[in-house]
Write a protein that binds this ligand. Structure first.
Ligand code: ARG
Ligand code: ZN
Length: 863
């Protein structure tokens, strides 16, 4: 059944107050709900029925205003219950209901479930209806009071949203705790945690003087791995005050780390619940990338307090209202805390790898979709990452001041409300006086626009003609032009900036922009900072690419020039050409330039991935051959390793970080560059390179250097790999998050027999397949991080992944559907692979009891 944006109707009944009583037990938890309903004054006509969502609940009893209801008076179905209008006493009444639920068998990890003996919840988007009957939609907001009762020995810590209330002991070894959240919230922000937990504590004083207790709750033994998350939290709280004028609004802010979690983290009001992977960090167990991700996810969830919680979404079609905006906010935070250009390049890499891939395939949908079958399938790169790009473009168009004014107005006008994209856009129009009706198409039109350009030079006047065109996407055959901000600068022949960056606003299908009075023909630097999420088609010769790589003052475009250069060479190799020496020379010069941030140089040295190359081939009208792509990229790495051998070894030594490990951006950048050098050295396959990698693994005092060395050895199938894999396993047997790395490093090895190796690993005790982190670490990373293995010509890779998807689906449909996205690119490949991938998709689709989640994804992929 399809849900449509056009069918939205305001709720018939609003809620004034919610009181929940939990009596926790693994197999039989009792939930008593007391809900004060009031008829929505906006709705007219006769008094409507009371419709409540509910799934997999055992109904115990219900009453209205204290009068017990006969079960016959209610009509139950698989999705909930209806109280007929005739049974309702008036326009306001109190509904009480008792249900029983079974958290222990809840393997879907949605609603209330158990993770390693700890009760926890995940309610977004529609998990609350698995706890009690409720109008489970984000435009019904209410203050919550919660009382939790449980066995004191097994569940000493009892948490929920808001501020703490009464606690105490009870007969029979039980105890209770109460929580009150005064801020009205939709049910998807409800949270409950109970278990044996310890807190890493700190405090924060807000700008206006509110004292906030901060706690990061983890399992005993993990206390020493919380300091970084706590530090990131305090910096996030300060940043939101400075950058947006937003303060925290409760007496406590808590984060809980849980081991079984379908996604990264969840912004429940005052009680964020995190996948433990994005909380726990120590130098020995977490990489620089892990630290950075912890910082950005802590910030993201904290920022939701204003963009998501205080102002929430009217319905799930508006998901990008909170997610796109909050991703944009966390991106800016990381840019401010670390390096802005490096963060921008990282974000664009992710956007292209995930969102462009989605936008250019069968799963393409608008940033604000208009229909869905399963909302959990719409927590996508398009909603999140392209959603953030849309906010970034808005800021570019209205300027920093206009942006701040618009956001101030948004917070002032809509605090405490459930909003739409239109209301958000209206704030920008009212605050800046700009008409944004054309711009709004970015939210409704799917697909990645293609931008092409032509140039003209005539006696001091340079003319840049830009054209846009968006290919059709499923359900949207014809596309209208978008408003595209194209940040452009002109560079003189000597490499100096001739015309500084200006934002060209492309509004038509084709438009010319003139620059007059120039002393010489310039080289244009177009789409600086990646000012819009488009693909830029530009024919350039190697010399101009090398020129931009050497001279562009825009770091993003400088990196992009190198990327374009590498893509062009890879395409030439695939077509039977050769590698020009000028390429390694240009990169060699960049490498040696110590005025450049090491992190930036590390990015510039990285080659495009296999998946990205497949996209490039298809954009040019071809079909991808995974073997040819892999061979081209392998040859390029070997070429660089050979041509730059000495320079790489020297630079690697110069980048060595001394002193105790610190995850700061500077040290992380040096390690990234050193490890990039190491990988290229190994690509040349010299004995020195092998010895260097082995020595680095053996001597490393941190996970970043250790896993980097292990990865290059394992991926090269080097003789030094096996003993080190064994040593690694032995050292970290007890730490599941580290075992994930051990699984992933093997799952991503580009070896001919990769599928067989992964198959063997599925029998290893480290692979607890029902845990989403383990499943993604082995099966997920093989499917999207191992082109050689996944696309093996005999189909063994596809078969392996499909087998495991079929196995996980009845247990955890959300994670299954997510990983099934690995098949979305099937039409990009040569006919043999297409047929094999399609056969696996059809095999999955034919499974009799396939979940709604997986069925929707697989059927859309098949088209
Ligand atoms: N709101 C969470 C976040 O972005 C993610 C929730 C994802 N929920 C889901 N059902 N997929 O921070
Ligand atoms: Zn979010």
């Amino acid at each position: 059944r399809k849900i449509r944006l056009a069918d939205y109707r305001p709720p018939a009944w609003m809620i004034e107050q919610v009181r929940l009583d939990f009596d926790l037990a693994p197999r039989a938890t009792r939930v008593r709900a007391r809900i004060a309903f009031r008829r929505n004054s906006q709705a007219e006509g006769a008094r409507p029925d009371l419709r409540l969502d509910g799934r997999r609940l055992t109904f115990v009893g219900a009453s209205i205003d204290g009068a017990p209801l006969d079960q016959q008076a209610l009509s139950f179905d698989a999705e909930g219950l209806t109280v007929p209008a005739a049974a309702l006493p008036g326009d306001s009444f109190t509904w009480e209901c008792e249900t029983e639920i079974d958290p222990e068998t809840n393997t879907e990890l949605e609603g209330l479930y158990l993770s390693r003996n700890m009760f926890c919840t995940q309610c977004e988007a529609e998990g609350f209806r698995k706890i009690t009957y409720y109008p489970d939609r984000p435009d019904v907001m209410a203050p919550f009071t919660v009382r939790i009762e449980a066995a004191a020995a097994d569940y000493p810590v009892l948490l929920s949203n808001g501020n703490p209330g009464a606690t105490g002991g009870l007969p029979g070894g039980r105890h209770f705790a109460e929580w009150h959240d005064p801020h009205p919230k939709p049910a998807y922000l409800f949270a409950l945690v109970a278990g044996e937990l310890v807190a890493h504590e700190d405090r924060f004083t807000t700008a206006s003087g509110r004292e906030v207790e901060l706690r990061v709750w983890v399992r005993p033994g993990d206390e020493d791995k919380c300091a970084y998350a706590m530090d990131a939290l305090k910096r996030s709280m300060r940043w939101d005050e400075t950058a947006y004028g937003r303060e925290y609004d409760l007496d406590v802010f808590q984060i809980v780390a849980v081991d079984d979690f379908n996604m990264g983290a969840m912004e429940n009001k005052g009680l964020n619940i995190f996948n433990s992977k994005y909380v726990l960090a120590s130098p020995e167990t977490a990489t620089d990338a892990d630290y950075e991700r912890i910082e950005s996810i802590v910030a993201h969830e904290y920022f939701h307090n204003w963009t998501g919680n205080r102002i929430t979404c009217r319905d799930w079609f508006q998901l990008c209202l909170k997610e796109g905006l909050t991703v944009f906010r966390d991106q800016c935070f990381t840019g401010d805390e670390r390096s802005e250009p490096v963060k921008r390049i990282d974000d664009v890499k992710l956007l292209r790898a995930r969102q462009f891939r989605e936008d250019q395939g069968p799963l393409a949908h608008p940033v604000r979709p208009e229909e869905y079958i399963e909302i959990n399938n719409f927590y996508t790169a398009t909603v999140y990452e392209k959603g953030a790009e849309v906010i970034r473009m808005l800021r570019t168009l209205v300027g920093e001041d206009g942006y701040r004014k618009a956001l101030d107005l948004y917070f002032e006008r809509h605090d405490g409300e459930a909003c739409t994209i239109e209301q958000f856009r209206q704030c920008f129009e009212d605050a800046t006086g700009r008409d944004l009706s054309d711009f709004a198409r970015w939210w409704s039109q799917a697909g990645t626009p293609r931008l092409s350009m032509s140039e003209d030079w005539d006696g001091g006047t340079y003319t840049l003609t830009l054209r846009q065109q968006t290919p059709p996407t499923p359900g949207q055959d014809s596309k209208a032009p978008l408003v595209i901000p194209v940040a452009t600068g002109l560079i003189g022949p000597d490499g100096a900036e001739l015309v500084p960056t200006r934002v060209l606003e492309l509004r038509e299908a084709e438009q010319a922009f003139r620059f007059e009075g120039l002393p010489a023909r310039p080289v244009a630097s177009v789409l600086r900072g990646f000012s819009a999420p488009v693909t830029l088609e530009r024919q350039l010769d190697d010399a101009t690419r090398a020129f931009l790589l050497a001279h562009d003052i825009d770091p993003f475009n400088r990196w992009q020039a190198g990327r374009d250069y590498a893509v062009a060479i890879a395409l030439r190799l695939i077509a039977g050409g050769t590698i020009p020496n000028a390429w390694a020379e240009a990169l060699g010069r960049l490498l040696a330039d110590d005025s450049l941030d090491p992190a930036f140089r590390a990015l510039a040295l990285e080659l495009p991935g296999e998946d990205e190359m497949a996209g490039e081939v298809v954009t040019r009208g071809g079909l991808a051959d995974p073997d040819a792509i892999h061979e081209a990229l392998r040859a390029m790495r070997a070429h660089l390793g050979g041509a730059l051998g000495e320079a790489l070894a020297t630079l690697r030594a110069r980048m060595a970080v001394t002193g105790p490990y610190s995850p700061d951006a500077g040290a992380a950048g040096r390690r990234a560059l050193a490890n990039r050098c190491l990988a290229l050295m190994l690509a040349a396959d010299t004995p020195e390179a092998h010895r260097a990698a082995e020595a680095q693994f053996d001597a490393a005092d941190n996970m970043t250097d250790r896993i980097a060395a292990l990865a290059v050895l394992v991926h090269a199938d080097a003789p030094g790999a096996t003993p080190r894999l064994d040593a690694f396993l032995k050292a970290w047997e007890h730490d599941p998050l580290v075992l994930d790395k051990w699984l992933t490093v093997q799952a991503t090895a580009p070896l001919k027999d990769a599928a067989a190796r992964v198959e063997a690993l599925t029998g290893h005790s480290a692979f607890e397949w029902k845990n989403p982190n383990r499943f993604r670490a082995l099966i997920g990373s093989f499917a999207v991080g191992n082109a050689v293995g996944f696309h093996a010509a005999d189909g063994a890779g596809y078969r392996l992944v499909a087998d495991w998807l079929l196995r996980l689906d009845p247990v955890n449909p959300q994670t299954t559907a997510r990983v099934a996205g690995c098949f979305e690119t099937w039409r990009r490949y040569e006919p043999g692979r297409q047929a094999l991938m399609r056969a696996e998709l059809e095999r999955i689709a034919a499974a009799p009891a396939l979940s709604r989640n997986t069925r929707e994804i697989v059927e859309r992929i098949l088209g």
